[in-house]
Design a protein. Sequence first.
Length: 703
Amino acid sequence: MAAKSPKLDASPKTTLDQGGAPHQSAAGPDDTMTTAQGVAIADDQNSLKAHARGPGLLEDQIMREKIFHFDHERIPERVVHARGYGVHGHFELKEAIPELSHAAIFNRVGEKVPTFTRFSTVAGSKGSPDVARDVRGFATKFYTSEGNWDLVGNNIPVFFIQDAIKFPDLIHSVKPAPDRGFPQAQSAHDNFWDFATLSPETMHMLMWVMSDRAIPRSLRFMEGFGVHTFRLINAEGESKFVKFHWKPKQGLQSVIWNEALKINGMDPDFHRRDMWDAIDAGDFPQWDLGIQVFDDDFADNFAFDILDPTKLIPEEDVPVRIIGTMTLDANVDNFFAETEQVAFCTQNIVPGIDFTNDPLLQGRNFSYLDTQLKRLGGPNFTHIPINAPKCPVRHFQQDGHMAMTNPKGRANYEPNSWGGDTGEDAGPRENPETGFKSYDEPIEGKKQRVRSELFGDHYSQARQFYISQTEIEQTHVQDAITFELSKVERLEIRERMVGHLRNIDGDLAQQVADGLGMDKLPAKQKAVREPITDLKPSDALSILKNGPDSFAGRKLGIYIAEGGDARLVKSLKTAAEDAGATVAIIAPHVGGAKLSDGKTMQADEKIDGGPSVVFDAVALVMGEKAAKNYADDKPTQDFVSDAFAHAKFIAYSEEVMAIFKAVGIDGKLDKGVAKLGGGDDAKSFIDQCGELRFWDRVAVKQD
Ligand code: HDE
């Protein structure tokens, strides 16, 4: 197992570390419970009463303190990205880029820079299900030697809107409607599609969120993007533009919509559990950090405005250059202290990196700092360990709520003339050599509320995204839009969207119109700028073209029952584990099942709690009597019929045919369903599982 990243100081088991070094209880032996004031508690079961059956006494300072604290346990959830999951790790630079940036993080090859990454959904509240159709946040705090750099990105390289002033409207429209307070964590409703279709700048992003990108199989199997164009600045003060990319070494993978709906019911914590389990097992996910670098010349000649966050730069035009790798290798000790209190701010950048004039980024630079004040209750949130830089911090900011690291000495202003002979510490001074300098971009022009002309192209890259998908993926996009619009009550909103789709791809518009039962295609929406229709497809935009090359990191569910062939189960387990996958045993009872060798194998899940939707591939190994017995069992039938419908690879011992018959797939078995005899069968099956899904099974669209 690799070394773990530096984390918050661990506290002794039953005492609380209140900011300083771990301490022992002042009140007595190590495990004595105390109040927050350190006074030992004699009875934590009974409040103080006037009499055994009498009224409670106000005097009970111990109960009052306990309940007071409990009453204040919650802080406001994030207004967006409320549901998230954070993990510690480190970033290691593989290739220095001094010609592009003088930032230490881009120049010290091999140095391990600690990181904290929080993944999130956008629309749902803290308790919403993980596999909602939504964008995923991918925010990383790098604790660099020159201060914290926060790369606050998403798993989609573009955004819905072009100007920060539209953000509250976008978010209001997707969040639960103000009168009824629902729907939760969904975009399939009138308000969202009303706003989106009246704001055609959303069209490119809509293609992404209607694709399988918005229902990832795991947080480990998705890309990350900084979205905006940033600047890199070298020691000479020269600047180039840059877009940041995270490429998962695990490959890309998503679930399909019907699966997502079922997973959300079976395991609303599917993504966070998956991340916790992988890291707990030492299977540390890794992402390469890549940069797309380009200059003014490219920017001036590119078909779109590089300041427009609804556009991407195809990797075929500017290749992604990999410069380092992030490894996530430690779960948090305390969810609240770390995942909840972490405060990402887009304005946290270090010397050698700079902003551009992207109007969304400019607005974000205000919003993030502002929101932390509300959420964390004061300006000293940088004193909270998860937010504190791991390099020296010296300034004259002082006081405020919950100030933890307070300056010593007399000087709290500058310039000052302390120091020298006075013997007093004069405090820190600015440093023109190493201090942060903005790129001295010349600016002139009129003060206006306008957008640049190229921002008016709303359809070209939406089309490029769509035509870059495989046929299966295109079908998923059609189905997703049809599903969402079917939940929209107002006909004119549905028609407006199909009118936009006609500017993107004729067949897509027709499929959705058919799916919605429209008699004729609604009128085309008027385009502000005529779309470019000959942009080349880009393979990088497809998930299926960028999948993994093995079953590593994936999960096999083996459903066993009485009399199942013990050798088969063992060989499946071994083959899966050898491939770097994990295995869960499912049985009719959690106590497990007695196999052919007479031994009882314990189960991880009872069948009702271990449906096939939570696995990447499944196997069923049962004795004849048991298979017949469970052929009529509904959870068993769902296990098989879902796995089959979701194009999963299925392995079985021949007795299981009784169940296949019961669910009506016995006559449809294809190359994705493998009968296990002996020999290398298990290994061949696991090799085949590396393709993740047997798409041929669902490739022909049923009308
Ligand atoms: Fe955010 N966003 N955002 N956002 N965002 C927040 O900050 C905001 C945008 C993103 O795990 C908030 O601390 C505005 C784009 C992530 O803690 C808030 C605009 C991208 C996270 C905020 C955007 C993001 C946030 C809420 C339009 C991808 C979660 C809580 C101008 C590049 C960070 C918080 C975490 C969180 C504002 C648009 C990503 C309110 C005003 C584009 C990953 O400050």
